[in-house]
Design a protein around this ligand. Sequence first.
Ligand SMILES: Cc1cc2nc3c(=O)[nH]c(=O)nc-3n(C[C@H](O)[C@H](O)[C@H](O)COP(=O)(O)O)c2cc1C
Length: 343
Amino acid sequence: MGFAQGVLDQSAAKADGAPAAFHVGRLPVHGDLILAPMDGVSDLPFRALARQLGSAMSYTGFANAIEILNGSARVGPVLAYEEFERPVVFQLFDDDPGRLLQAALKVRERNPDIIDINMGCSAKTVAGRGAGAGLLVEPKKIGQIFAALSRALDIPVTGKIRLGWDDESRNYLEVARTIEENGGALVAVHGRTKKQGYTGRADWDAIAEVKAAVSIPVIGNGDVRSVADIDAMKEHTRVDGVMIGRGAMENPWLFQRLDRRQVPEEIVYAAIERQLAHSLRFYGAGRGLILFRKFASRYLAAYDMEKSQRDALLTCEDPPAFLRRVGELLAEHPAFLEPRASG
Ligand SMILES: Cc1cc2nc3c(=O)[nH]c(=O)nc-3n(C[C@H](O)[C@H](O)[C@H](O)COP(=O)(O)O)c2cc1C
């Protein structure tokens, strides 16, 4: 798999050598495609793969300010990163400005490049208590949070938002301006309301409005699943960067600007081998494989596999046997399924 490894490494070098696509405060970002923060998904092994393929910065999944301040053991693995991932963005969530400030100061000691505030999570346990997308209904509080954190921290503070709570309260322009006016250095916009969850289509017109309304960099997010989608979002919205979540789970090679169909089997195998090895190192042998199986299943979802083949893969408990099965499957040059409709 030497060839495939070479392709991976070359891509990382290219991304790092490119001129800055935009700056977060004074921090240059060398590329305009960015892996979205995804709780339980954008862990260190997956972020490493995405970053090596060309994702330009590394957002952690969100960390709960209360757990940070309690010293909860859950926080460590979420905020773990490797140097080559920089710029590293720690994403925090809470509904209380004072606690967010204390949590941000505490995690600052782990030396991230950026602190990001989650204003998009729609889960009941988060939004229901006024954190995540729950903050969108309190723009004044958003202003307090950004004023306090940007004053107290010596690194940029950024925000990731949705368009509003529901169709009747789409206050994204007010929220984006509030972030900018209170020292925020970038805003990432998922083009849906909290109420929409993941239904409907992301509203790229609204993302374009945000881009036109503020002078800090804007990252657009929502429903990017192909290279054509990347270009279409950039063209439509003029955003500085395009953030990719679910699309990257099926095709991390999007960060290399490749559609899934364009990725040769040996490259898929090399990525699986590499991320699995990282996952085993990071989580330990048993858990590492269990947590990795869902990624392999997504990477292989493009192929017309027998159900029995997929089941055998997803229940395999031995890493070498797992890789053997992946290798056998890919060697059969399985037929490609038609891509699913995006959205
Ligand atoms: C499994 C999962 C976990 C997510 N966790 C987070 C999170 O921790 N923080 C965050 O800001 N957004 C989170 N999101 C939202 C994504 O960052 C992104 O905004 C959303 O998936 C829309 O982009 P996409 O259409 O490219 O997937 C999560 C999404 C998914 C699917």
